[in-house]
Write a protein that binds this ligand. Structure first.
Ligand SMILES: Cc1cc2nc3c(=O)[nH]c(=O)nc-3n(C[C@H](O)[C@H](O)[C@H](O)COP(=O)(O)OP(=O)(O)OC[C@H]3O[C@@H](n4cnc5c(N)ncnc54)[C@H](O)[C@@H]3O)c2cc1C
Length: 601
């Protein structure tokens, strides 16, 4: 079986390793192999492996953080299978820190916000992501998996409703890679915001390609803002584990303002801390500071060597002085909707890691659960692909859906779910699906805003300003409507010879539309999505909002896709096949399951 994996973070690398050498596996990654969110992860990986801890306790903490939107079955899978996946990592060479630096002792498990147990395993102090990424890279390099670095995935190829490959750009040349299964492991969307802890590769390319191909996305409005990034250019993350070890937040007057905000003070859920910091900054016009001085210089250096080095680089001596911090976009709970095996609504297309929406995180990710989610669901997706390969028909199985969903266009059409009072529901454009696709003009006309009919190209900086202001930590209907109308007037056509940077910005623009539309439709506050005009959670909204672009916007019919290689002979030979997609037996493949059949409002 030929499998092409997009991305070389933890999710992509683990998928490849779990598939094993019996399959023809290629990883495509747009930068160097290690460049990813994964390699910057600091705090660690949550798993119930310490004496006294239980899977049930980890499940309970995850469900609380998810604010009523986590899928209990997915959370159970995550927490129950986590310990086995930690053992895999150890087998692949990850050396988790032990107590007293004694290799025979138990793990030196840390505590992070909203966890009720010390269960965060870390490696190299605060260099967990680096240690994990490089252990996996070494294991992949020792395997038969091929890796195509500096290769940009532009679009999915969908044939007869099934994913059959990818169009990629390598050295400026467009190629088509065919595959029996395509695995998106392309990470998140941090670059949609001006302040983000994410590296430059996080431009949502995989999610945008899936949207164009007609896949169902879910929970896109839920973006987690980390409360404590260093308030300097680059928004370097100061892990929650620092607060877990005793650091406190102070306002300009030196007061611990979180004490009055939440019973857990600095260890309250991330959204609570991020909003409190943003409000405090708005109120005083001054930055807030993180005071880690009580931890002591030696312990800070031992436990947080990476952050210590970054603080020094920016001229701070954090062992002796508080450092300025501010919220920054950090993690996307939304993504391509999957079932518990990583299958998406497009047969043959899998999604794992941050690009996916498995239902685990709900409205808010519990700290250190994302590396775990990548490990657990990459493993399951690999098992599903192996089982498809072993099936007599050879055809990909259909997904079993993400439970408890309502499509965005249904909210737009019907106003709001039964029971929710909403004066603003008429603010949604009637043709919301067109808004997500390419038909900007149609939407602008129906939205009734004359200025929005003017289509022009935005810069990345303009997109940043709009998203930070209107779809950031604090949101409200007025700002989101303004954002929607502005976005409706922006377009970024992608010609066959468009640069990678332009393609990335176009992908971000497409996802911005989806995020703003869903955020406008969700007339409540839940988890990371805070609406100042609807400050409470509303029970009728306790479901995932799904978005799906009209099928005319698929890669096949879109000008934006690079011209596929005319024949395998005329392109740089690629390890994965560049020949036209082989005709696969499709007799047994029914149309993708309709998510609207699964609605339970
Ligand atoms: C600073 C920081 C600290 C964090 N700390 C923690 C933590 O302590 N614990 C925790 O659980 N989580 C943490 N996270 C979150 C966690 O790191 C990520 O959610 C996780 O690593 C995602 O893994 P992934 O494999 O899905 O995506 P990534 O690791 O982001 O990998 C995505 C890959 O896809 C590639 N790619 C993207 N687009 C394309 C394209 N068009 N073509 C080809 N390739 C493409 C990228 O180059 C990259 O290789 C942290 C994140 C950051 C940024």
């Amino acid at each position: 079986m030929r499998v092409v994996i997009v991305g070389s973070g933890v999710a992509g690398l683990v998928t490849a390793l779990a598939l094993g050498d019996r399959h023809d596996v290629t990883i495509v990654t747009k930068s160097t192999i290690d460049e990813s969110n994964t390699r910057y992860a600091q705090g660690g990986i949550a798993a119930a492996v310490m004496p006294g801890d239980t899977v049930d306790s980890h499940v309970a903490d995850t469900l609380v953080a998810g604010a009523g939107l986590s899928d209990p079955a997915a959370v159970q899978v995550l927490c129950a299978e986590g310990p086995a996946r930690i053992r895999d990592l150890i087998r692949w060479g990850v050396d988790f820190d032990r107590q007293h630096d004694d290799p025979a002792a138990d793990f030196d498990a840390g505590l992070e916000g909203a966890h009720s147990f010390h269960r965060i395993l870390h490696a190299g102090g605060d260099a967990t992501g680096y240690e994990v990424e490089w252990a996996l890279v070494r294991a992949v390099r020792a395997s038969a998996t091929r890796v195509l670095e500096q290769t940009f995935v532009a679009d999915l190829v969908v044939t007869d409703g099934c994913a059959t490959g990818l169009t990629v750009l390598r050295d400026g040349i467009a190629e088509t890679l065919t595959a029996d299964a395509v695995v998106l492991a392309s990470g998140g969307i941090g670059q949609l915001y001006p302040h983000t802890t994410n590296p430059s590769v996080t431009t949502g390319d995989g999610a945008a390609a899936a949207l164009r191909a007609g896949a169902v996305l879910a929970d896109v409005e839920f973006v987690q803002f980390h409360p404590t990034a260093l308030a300097v250019s680059g928004s370097f993350l100061v892990s929650e584990a620092v607060r877990g070890d005793g650091a406190v937040l102070r306002n300009a007057s030196g007061e611990r303002f979180m004490v009055g905000e939440h019973p857990l003070a600095e260890l309250a859920p991330r959204d609570v801390v991020a909003r409190a910091i943003a409000s405090e900054m708005a109120r005083t016009g001054k930055p807030v500071v993180l005071d880690a001085t009580a931890i002591g210089a030696a312990e800070l250096e031992r436990r947080f060597p990476t952050i210590s080095a970054a603080a020094r680089e920016h001229g701070f001596d954090w062992a002796h002085e508080p450092v300025p911090v501010a919220p920054a976009a950090h993690y996307w709970m939304g993504g391509v909707a999957t079932d518990l095996d990583g299958r998406t609504s497009i047969p043959g297309l899998f999604a794992v890691g941050e690009v996916s929406c498995t239902g685990v995180h709900g409205a808010n990710r519990l700290a250190s659960n994302s590396l775990l989610e990548s490990l657990v669901f990459a493993h399951r997706a690999a098992a599903a692909i192996r089982s498809d390969a072993a099936a007599p028909s050879g055809a990909p199985r259909l997904w079993s859906g993400l439970p408890n969903t309502v499509p965005l266009e249904r909210l737009a059409r019907a106003g709001v779910p039964a029971g929710a009072e909403s004066p603003e529901s008429d603010g949604m454009p009637a043709t919301v699906t067109a808004f997500l696709g390419d038909s900007v003009t149609t939407v602008a006309t129906e939205a009734g805003d004359a200025s929005a009919r003017v289509t022009r190209e935005p810069s990345r900086a303009e997109l940043h300003t709009l998203m930070w202001r209107d779809a950031g930590v604090h949101r409200d209907a007025a700002g989101l409507r303004e954002a929607r109308d502005t976005l409706a007037g922006w377009d970024l056509p992608v010609a066959a010879d468009a640069s990678i940077q332009r393609r990335e910005t176009a992908n971000l623009l497409q996802l911005a539309r989806a995020i703003v539309a869903a955020a406008l439709a969700r007339e409540e506050s839940r988890g990371a999505h805070f609406r100042a005009d609807h400050p409470d959670a509303e029970p009728p909204f306790a479901h995932h909002i799904t978005v799906q672009a009209p099928l005319h916007a698929t890669s096949a019919g879109r000008d934006a896709a690079p011209a596929p290689a005319p024949s395998s002979a005329s392109v740089t030979p690629a390890p994965a096949s560049v020949a036209p997609a082989p005709a696969r037996a499709r007799a047994s493949v029914a149309p993708a399951a309709n998510p609207t059949e699964k609605v339970t409002v």
